[in-house]
Write a protein that binds this ligand. Sequence first.
Ligand code: PMP
Length: 387
Amino acid sequence: MKGRSLLMIPGPVESEPEVLAALADPATSHVAPAFIEIFGRALERLRVVFNCPDGQPFIVAGSGTLAMDLLAANLTEPGMCALVVSTGYFGDRFGDMLTRYGAEVTHLRAPIGGAPTPAEVDAALSLRRYHLLTITHVDTSTGVRADVQGIAAVARRHDVLCLVDGVCSVGGEALDMTGWGVDAALTASQKALAVPPGLALAVAGPRALSAFQARKTPVASYYSDWSLWLPVMQAYEARRPAYFATPAVNLVHALEVSLAQIVAEGMEARVARHRRLSDALKAGIAALGLNQVPLHPELAATTLTAVYYPDGVDASLLPKVAAAGVILAGGLHKEIRDRYFRIGHMGTVRPADILATLGALETGLAAAGYRFDHGAGVAAAQSALIA
Ligand code: PMP
């Protein structure tokens, strides 16, 4: 296939052929019995992927930002206090959204590449009464993974609703909503769930649903309002037709196919695969003498790797790597945007993709004039994979 390249960015990611084939089906009625079954199964499988058996899943046409809105609009009322535990760009976005819905927002930030610890969150929550907090599980702008388990436990002790942006984690990193006490979490189709972009996905746990039911003011967003979506989701799961706004029928089918593959792989095995491949890639990056944005290895996500350009190399590296067949992403965090690049490795990623990525990166680095031991990155990753 002339012109074929490997897409290794932190979303959208590549999809399995069976998932893509679902997109090519002739469009169906959203109330056709076969589609109702597909929608119902997709909702059931989302419960498994988020590990929230008693939660309410939502599948709505839109992107990850809409999924954030589904939580922000329904769980915020004017005058509420919200703590945004921020590890980069997407924490700021959650803060903006909560402010828009009338919350009084406090940001708890860490230096770039760091993450607030549960103890720091505990201290912040002790200062005043908060109603909710948000955590970006993996901030795609820094490649930092927050300690959701530790922070959710602290939130529960303070009786604060804990909302998790899992756009860059769900389906790749471990996320145990019920076990960890996460009250609501969200993702989008185009990252570790390995479906093309276009679906906003969220799961509300029992405490989030009670908080929603106890609202005193109407939801300020029409499209995100759970009172309009809840009957639809409940109907599809009960295998009955329903309508509020037309579902993206082909994307929902593609999601259902991908979720079936994910559940068949098993969440534990899937998380372990992401970790193993991430470790191998990061070993290769280190062997090339490159530094990562996360300040400590234990803060580094397994769904992507954020890497500083070495001295003398800039963003012109990326087209050189692309010419060698692998597409990588540039920087996103505004304070360091031009100083680093990002490699996504989630969803369908395999060992061969890691080796090909390091091979193309080495080709690009050599073309950019960076001096290193040719093959060192590939060799380190191969050793990690074979070990
Ligand atoms: N949160 C995180 C952590 C993300 O990585 C992204 C997208 N990169 C979003 C939210 C927003 O998702 P979308 O671009 O699909 O609206």
